[in-house]
Design a protein around this ligand. Structure first.
Ligand SMILES: Cc1cc2nc3c(=O)[nH]c(=O)nc-3n(C[C@H](O)[C@H](O)[C@H](O)COP(=O)(O)O)c2cc1C
Length: 318
């Protein structure tokens, strides 16, 4: 017997495959990537953190022109514009909203009033239970293998069974999944789907600079480090000149600050650092990535990535 994909239902949304492309801030996941994932049968997610509400509206419109599939946004609760971005996306009739790094009661009220499912990204059973109680339609359980800001130092394999046994809503596993056998492992541990980000950075459709993608392609396991972020959470990224400056306490202080985050140590500007790497100034920026980045060596069209994932998954024994 071979494995079968579980039926992932978030509110009334049922993607063909239970594969979500994780939202990536500062224009790493924009309309072309999200739409390609939606067209391939997954859920495509626009990273809204770092966008103005007008930019986000335009990105959603652009994605809609490219696909009739399922499109969501991801926004970090830590950004001051959180409410404006979520409400703007709801007005644009986004299919669902993912919130990272925390949530408030309000978001579930807005989701309920508009019929838009809200999915909370959590790293502990306690937070998963709170999200369910407040009205989350699903949770993403994110382990320490994930790229970007991290909410735990525990692995996805440790936290996933604890979270699935605590809530009734679907649990989507995230962190370190780069292939079909990784998906199968998460399904065996009780996940209803997976969220993957690093694999989709190395796609033709991902909007980051070639310099960013080349850092991924050339990465070895030892190049993946944890950095201190002014947001107050550690972040998983590739070691480079900028990461060394952060660990040495000599990253450049912000030149300009519009207080875009609710809380920030102002040790350096994480937004500017992410923007720098997105446009190709990787030596002056933070290159977020998941722990298993070294296992991906090819830049492929999203459809081909999906074909490979499905084939690898189908070959997994039950
Ligand atoms: C470049 C990059 C940017 C990210 N930005 C965000 C973000 O803005 N919001 C968020 O909730 N998660 C963010 N993440 C986390 C991903 O959405 C995802 O949950 C995680 O990376 C999954 O692990 P994987 O990359 O090993 O597949 C980011 C990850 C990467 C690699």
């Amino acid at each position: 017997m071979f494995m079968k994909f579980p039926h992932l239902k978030i509110g009334q949304l049922v993607p063909r495959y239970p594969i979500i492309q994780g939202g990536m801030a500062l224009r790493v996941s924009t309309a072309p990537l999200a739409a390609a994932v939606a067209n391939a049968g997954g859920i495509g997610v626009i990273g809204a953190t770092g966008m103005t509400v007008d930019e986000l509206r335009n990105e959603i419109k652009a994605a809609r022109r490219l696909t009739r599939g399922i499109i969501g946004i991801n926004v970090m609760f830590a950004v001051r514009q959180f409410a404006t971005l979520v409400q703007g996306a709801i007005e644009e009739k986004i299919d669902l909203v993912f919130t990272g790094a925390g949530f408030s009661r309000d978001i579930f009220k807005w989701g309920k009033a508009s019929g838009v499912p809200v999915v909370s990204i959590v790293s502990s059973p306690k937070l998963a239970a709170i999200a369910e109680k407040l009205g989350a339609s699903a949770v993403v359980a994110e382990g320490n293998e994930a790229g970007g800001h991290l909410g735990t130092n525990r692995s996805i394999e440790e936290i996933l069974p604890e979270i699935t046994s605590r809530v009734k809503i679907p649990v989507i596993a995230a962190g370190g999944v780069v292939d079909g056998s990784g998906i199968a492992k998460m399904i065996r541990l009780g996940a209803s789907g997976v969220q993957m980000a690093t694999r989709f950075v190395l796609s033709v459709e991902c909007a980051v600079s070639d310099a960013f993608k080349q850092m991924y392609v050339k990465a070895c396991a030892d190049d993946v480090v944890l950095i201190k972020s002014p947001v107050g959470m550690p972040g998983r990224a590739l070691r480079n000149i900028f990461a060394d400056k952060i660990s040495g306490g000599c990253a450049p202080k912000p030149e300009f600050c519009d207080a875009c985050l609710k809380e920030c140590s102002r040790e350096y500007c994480i937004i500017q650092a992410l923007r720098n790497s997105q446009v190709g100034r990787v030596d002056e920026g933070v290159v977020f990535c998941g722990k298993n980045v070294h296992r991906i060596k090819d830049i492929l069209p999203v459809q081909k990535i999906f074909d490979n994932l499905v084939k690898e998954f189908d070959e997994e024994p039950d």
